[in-house]
Design a protein around this ligand. Structure first.
Ligand code: PHE
Length: 476
């Protein structure tokens, strides 16, 4: 009897140690988690998507709504996802079941599988564009091209289906390699150097661009708000962009929350990530818009905006070859740290979902399956862009447009709404309180109360109103 109890005790200790190890295996330090979350957040969403969406939606007015969304929804929702992940210790697959002991919220888990998969469809294609531009920077292809030639250069890439396939698949393979060899530590260390380098590089570029004649027109476009341009659709786009940029509403942060070291302070981490992410987006706007007007491009050019404007900026910079190679390398890495988190959600989901099944998937198999799924999504996207599969063009838009639109303006808001309702109405206030307090930092009661009211009432009502208003069901 006694021996059995000792055995049970030892087994329990061993289980705990293993648990500790798996948690620690991914993020050994607080800084590691911050870097990984910041790596997930800062990416093409800030540097490629933010300027073009802002450009299409009137510049300054969009910027103000975006910043309000980041403060009112972005920050609390980041914390909401971290709380779900950290409290359950599970990925998006098991988190809701673990916390409710029933299957009622399982649809949300599946939605957290679907959303990143759809995002990978267009995100890897844009990452592929970056890699293509990196090789063009190395071979000096876009040096001394005029504005029209730069636009043609981008169109050539779009018409070159094979090249797009090649680079996008290369991006999937690079990401899969990081997940396969579990080299997160290496990436953590790398990001500690590369992230500040990216910021520094962007500061230098902003400095150069602001010296161009006519750059002030771009600055006024970006910073002067013309509220007549604001429609319900613009508000929904701003909210969607905020979710996309902060990687909210698709389970990435639930998964990272599960890997969070116990003593990590959720509030401080979230705040740091929000500030860094917003700073990078703002800098991207400060670089792109003055250049757009100085070189005579159209701010509402669409997804190609950054890819035609950036090479034109490098032509004006000293050490132009070096600057362009360095910048596209940094952009490529920023994109890959985001694709890592997109694929990690699916990998963690698959391993956890099959853990107690007849055919459990280990990490390696899960990485292979995820990579294959991503390649399917990319194929759908590329074949529809190039026009090879005309039936994939719906209502005049290709799948690149739809994948982006459906995730940012539909799936992510719905997932985020469900997650905030989950924390506000299903979790106990005391659980949320324990997660928000750490040994180092006793968070004040008022702060908890404000957060609690935001999450229970304000955030869900506001998301629902913007969403319904944006899709035209309900007008404010
Ligand atoms: N936040 C990333 C970016 O800004 C994109 C992303 C979205 C990554 C969702 C992971 C999950 O580029």
């Amino acid at each position: 009897m006694h021996a059995a109890r000792v055995r049970n005790y030892l087994a329990a200790c061993f289980f705990c140690m293993q648990q500790e190890q798996t948690t620690n295996a991914t993020f050994s330090t607080k800084l590691g988690l911050i870097m990984a979350t910041a790596g997930s957040a800062v990416g093409l969403g800030n540097i490629w998507k933010f300027p073009y969406i802002a450009g299409e939606n009137g510049g300054g007015a969009f910027l103000i709504i975006y910043l309000v969304c980041v403060l009112l929804f972005g920050l609390p929702l980041l914390m909401v996802e971290f709380i779900i992940g950290k409290h359950s210790g599970k990925s998006a697959y098991g988190a809701f079941r673990e916390l409710t002991h029933n299957n009622r919220w399982q649809w949300l888990s599946w939605s957290c599988l679907l959303t990143p998969l759809i995002i990978t469809g267009f995100y890897f294609v844009v990452t592929g564009w970056c890699l293509n531009y990196l090789t063009e920077a190395i071979t000096n292809t876009f040096n001394n091209l005029s504005a029209t030639q730069l636009t043609e250069n981008f169109e050539n890439l779009q018409n070159h289906t094979l090249r797009m396939f090649g680079y996008s698949i290369l991006a999937v393979l690079l990401t899969a390699a990081v997940l396969w060899f579990d080299v997160n530590k290496g990436i953590e260390r790398l990001s500690k150097i590369l992230m500040p380098l990216l910021l520094l590089m962007m500061l230098l570029m902003a400095g150069r661009v602001l010296m161009l004649p006519g750059s002030n027109v771009g600055m006024s476009f970006f910073f002067e708000a013309d509220f007549s341009k604001i429609t319900p659709d613009v508000v929904l786009s701003a909210m969607g962009q905020c979710f996309f940029s902060l990687s909210i509403g698709m389970g990435a942060l639930i998964t990272y929350g599960a890997y969070m070291p116990k003593r990590q302070n959720i509030t401080v981490t979230s705040l740091q990530v929000v500030i860094l992410d917003t700073l990078v987006a703002l800098l991207a706007g400060i670089i792109i818009f003055p250049a757009v007007f100085a070189f005579g491009f159209d701010p509402a050019e669409g997804p190609e905006l950054v890819f035609v404007v950036l090479p034109a900026i490098f032509e004006q910079m000293s050490f132009s070859w070096f600057s362009s190679v360095l910048f596209f390398t940094l952009l490529g890495i920023a994109a890959i740290t985001s694709t890592i988190s997109l694929m990690e959600v699916v990998v963690a989901f698959l391993t956890e979902a099959t853990a107690h099944r007849r055919y459990p998937l280990n990490r390696h198999k899960a990485v292979l399956i995820t990579a294959a799924l991503c390649i399917v999504m990319i194929s759908v996207c590329i074949l529809s862009i190039s026009g090879s599969w005309q039936w994939l063009v719906i209502a005049g838009h290709d799948m690149f447009y739809w994948f982006d639109k459906v995730t940012s303006c539909f799936l992510m808001p719905i997932n985020a709404l469900a997650m905030t309702l989950f924390v506000g109405w299903i979790l106990q206030k005391k659980d949320v309180k324990t997660e928000l307090e750490t040994h180092h930092n006793i968070v004040h009661r008022t702060y908890i109360n404000v957060f609690w009211q935001l999450v229970r009432f304000f955030v869900p009502i506001a998301i629902l109103a913007i969403f319904l208003n944006g899709i035209g069901i309900f007008t404010i």
